[in-house]
Design a protein around this ligand. Structure first.
Ligand code: G3P
Ligand code: MG
Length: 250
């Protein structure tokens, strides 16, 4: 059985707010979403932050890269203007503050470990250890916590995460079909395959479900397609269209 939410807001609030920011999480909440996916990468000094692209130029202006910038500088960067000039005060958030915000508001997290190329080991380990520490701290404070699902396209990052914190639940992300998908999940002791719905077929979905794995898709923005995927046994998906596909859609 899928123990996680079925409909998840992609990058915080999909297309309705600047991605991977606190504002996006707040926007998701306003739309009734208590489930988010977001991307985590390391700064030059090894601090996990929310960022999708390894290089600047799209969601933050200028030249440079996340892995070559100190956290103190990253956390001041404008991550909102690209979306709307009204949001120039919205900055790149650190993972810890978003993790705490989500747990405090009962928001379930699908944490996508997104290493910059060459940083798979460090990113997998740091995200896993940071999450393990935060979960322990919150539990010690008496807070009810929701166990996140950690996913990545980077197999090695997941292997390092598993080694650092074996109790965390992992999902392997695949874009297109790979014939050795099941062997990869077994090596990771992963609970779920998270895949691009565009390349999922009814047969492959059946195979995944028959093997006993969770099946989660990205990024589903069409309610008709969403219904088809559920009819194939898909357990859940993330969406950019939280305005079209309600949190209780399923
Ligand atoms: O985690 C699913 C989805 O977010 C993967 O693609 O590029 O949006 O991070 P991307
Ligand atoms: Mg992602």
């Amino acid at each position: 059985m899928w123990p996680y939410p079925k409909i998840v807001a992609h990058r915080g609030a999909g297309k309705l707010a600047p991605e991977n920011t606190l504002l996006a999480m707040q926007c998701g909440l306003e739309y009734g979403f208590h489930a988010v996916e977001f991307d985590v990468m390391l700064s030059k000094d090894g601090v996990p932050v929310l960022m999708h692209d390894p290089d600047f130029g799209r969601t933050v202006a200028g030249k440079g890269s996340v892995s070559n910038t100190l956290a103190k500088d990253l956390l001041q960067m404008d991550a909102g203007s690209w979306f709307d000039p009204r949001f120039s005060h919205v900055t790149v958030p650190d993972y810890e503050s978003i993790f705490r915000f989500c747990q405090a508001h009962g928001i379930w997290m699908n944490v996508e470990i997104k290493p910059a190329p060459g940083f798979e080991k460090q990113t997998g380990e740091v995200v896993a250890r940071t999450s393990q520490r935060l979960l322990a701290e919150l539990k010690a404070e008496g807070q009810t916590v929701r166990e996140p699902l950690f996913s990545s396209f980077a197999f090695d990052a997941l292997m390092w995460a598993k080694q650092a914190a074996p109790e965390l639940s992992l999902a392997y992300l695949l874009d297109e079909y790979e014939c050795n998908w099941q062997a990869s999940l077994e090596k990771l002791s992963a609970v779920s395959l998270n895949t691009n719905h565009k390349y999922l077929t009814a047969d492959w979905a059946r195979e995944i479900k028959s093997a006993g794995y969770g099946l989660f898709c990205y990024t589903v923005n069409d309610p008709v397609r969403a219904k088809e995927l559920f009819s194939w046994g898909v357990d859940g998906f993330c969406t950019d269209r939280i305005d079209l596909i309600a949190a209780d859609f399923a």
